[in-house]
Design a protein around this ligand. Structure first.
Ligand code: F6P
Length: 341
C-alpha cells in the first residue's frame, strides 16, 4: 500500500514519535510505502510532499514539533478543495491517509471519510479536549512544562510578596490548568468550563498571603469572569473560525491589584507549552498510537481513530472524536477546590 501521512493544527510534542512508529512498522512489517504531506491539509491540497521512509524518520523520536510541518488549512473553505485533494491523492497513487491532528484536522478527516477518502485518525492536542480518548499525546508534556514554571514562580512570588497569575493554554477546556494547578499547588485554578468571581479570587489571594505564602493563580486562556466576556488578542478568525486568545491573565492581575492592594504580575506560558521534547509518557503514547494506526490501515479499517481507553489502545469511529468537546467535568474541578485559598 502507498500511504500518505500528515500533521495538522497546532503542533504538539509527540507528533514525530507517531510518524516514526507508523513508518517503522509500516515498512518493516507490511512493506508499505509512504508519502509525507507537508503542512497539514495544505500538503494534499497543493501536492506539497516530502519523502517518508526509514532514513528520513531516524532520530526523530525525542524531537518536538513535526518534521512534516503543520498549518490550520481548511480544504472545505477553499474552492474545489476536496476535489483537488482527491485528484492529488490519485495522481500520487495514494491508497489511504493517516491524519494526525486535533478537533479541526480530524473534523476535516471525518468529512473526507464520508466523501470516500480512506482515512485513519490519530488524536493529538496539548489541550486534551478530544472526545473518546482518555488522553491525547502532548498533554502530559505541556502539563509538566507548566508545573515546572509554577514551581519556579512560587519562589520568586514569595520573595517579593506578590501574587502571580499563570496563564496557560486551553480555549474551551481547562485540562492543562486543572492538572498543572493541582500538581503545582495553586491558590486557585480558573477554567473555561466554570465562570469565576473576581471577588472570590481576591479572597483566596488574601487568604494565601495570611499564611505568608504567595498565591499562584493558574488560569486557562479561555476562562471567563462572571461579569464579563472571553478576552481575545484580536478579532481575526482562522480558517476554522477560531480567534486568538490571551489577555485574561493580565486582566485578572489588574483586578487583583485594584481590589487587594497587593502587587500582582502575570506570566503567559504560551507556545513554550507546545515546544520541545515530549515526556516519556507522551513518547510511549504517541508510539503506541502510531503502531495501532498503521495496523488499522493495513487491515483496511477506515474511518477509525486510534484512542486510549484505560491502558489499551483501541479503535473508535473517527466521527466520535469531534462529536463533542471533552471538557473538564464539574466533579473533577470540585476535587481541586478544597486546596483553593
Ligand atoms: O489547539 C491547541 C492550542 O494550543 C490552543 O490551546 C490555543 O488556543 C491554540 O492552540 C493556539 O494556536 P496558535 O499557535 O495557532 O495561535
Amino acid at each position: 500500500m502507498r500511504i500518505g501521512v500528515l500533521t495538522g493544527g497546532g503542533d504538539c510534542p509527540g507528533l514525530n514519535a507517531v510518524i516514526r512508529a507508523v513508518v517503522r512498522k509500516g515498512v518493516k512489517e507490511y512493506g508499505h510505502e509512504f508519502v509525507g504531506f507537508r503542512d497539514g491539509w495544505k500538503g494534499p491540497l497543493e501536492n506539497y510532499t516530502m519523502e517518508l521512509n526509514l532514513e528520513t524518520t531516524r532520530g526523530i523520536l525525542p524531537r518536538g514539533g513535526t518534521i512534516l510541518g503543520s498549518s490550520r488549512t481548511n480544504p472545505f473553505k477553499i474552492e474545489n478543495g476536496v476535489e483537488r485533494i482527491k485528484q492529488n491523492l490519485s495522481d500520487q497513487g495514494i491508497d489511504a491517509l493517516i491524519a494526525i491532528g486535533g478537533e479541526d484536522t480530524l473534523g476535516v478527516a471525518t468529512k473526507l471519510d464520508s466523501l470516500g477518502v480512506k482515512v485513519i485518525g490519530v488524536p493529538k492536542t496539548i489541550d486534551n479536549d478530544l472526545n473518546n480518548t482518555d488522553y491525547t499525546f502532548g498533554f502530559d508534556t505541556s502539563v509538566n512544562i507548566a508545573v515546572e514554571a509554577i514551581d519556579r514562580l512560587h519562589t520568586t512570588a514569595e520573595s517579593h510578596h506578590r501574587a502571580l497569575v499563570v496563564e496557560v493554554m486551553g480555549r474551551h477546556a481547562g485540562w492543562i490548568a486543572l492538572h498543572s494547578g493541582m500538581a503545582g499547588g495553586a491558590a486557585c485554578i480558573l477554567i473555561p468550563e466554570v465562570k469565576f468571581s473576581v471577588d472570590k479570587v481576591c479572597e483566596w489571594v488574601e487568604s494565601r498571603f495570611k499564611s505568608s505564602y504567595a498565591p499562584i493563580i493558574v488560569i486557562a486562556e479561555g476562562a471567563i469572569p462572571q461579569d464579563g466576556d472571553m478576552i481575545t488578542k484580536d478579532s481575526e478568525l482562522d480558517a476554522f473560525g477560531h480567534v486568538k486568545l490571551s489577555g485574561i491573565g493580565e486582566w485578572l492581575a489588574k483586578q487583583i491589584e485594584a481590589k487587594t492592594g497587593k502587587e500582582a504580575r502575570t506570566s503567559v506560558l504560551g507556545h513554550i507549552q507546545r515546544g520541545g521534547t515530549p515526556t516519556a509518557f507522551d513518547r510511549v503514547l504517541a508510539t503506541r498510537f502510531g503502531l495501532q494506526a498503521i495496523t488499522a490501515a493495513s487491515e483496511g479499517d477506515w474511518g477509525k481513530m486510534v484512542a486510549l481507553h484505560g491502558t489499551d489502545i483501541v479503535r473508535v469511529p473517527l466521527a466520535s472524536a469531534t462529536e463533542k468537546l471533552k471538557t473538564v467535568p464539574i466533579e473533577r474541578y470540585k476535587e481541586s477546590e478544597i486546596f483553593f485559598g
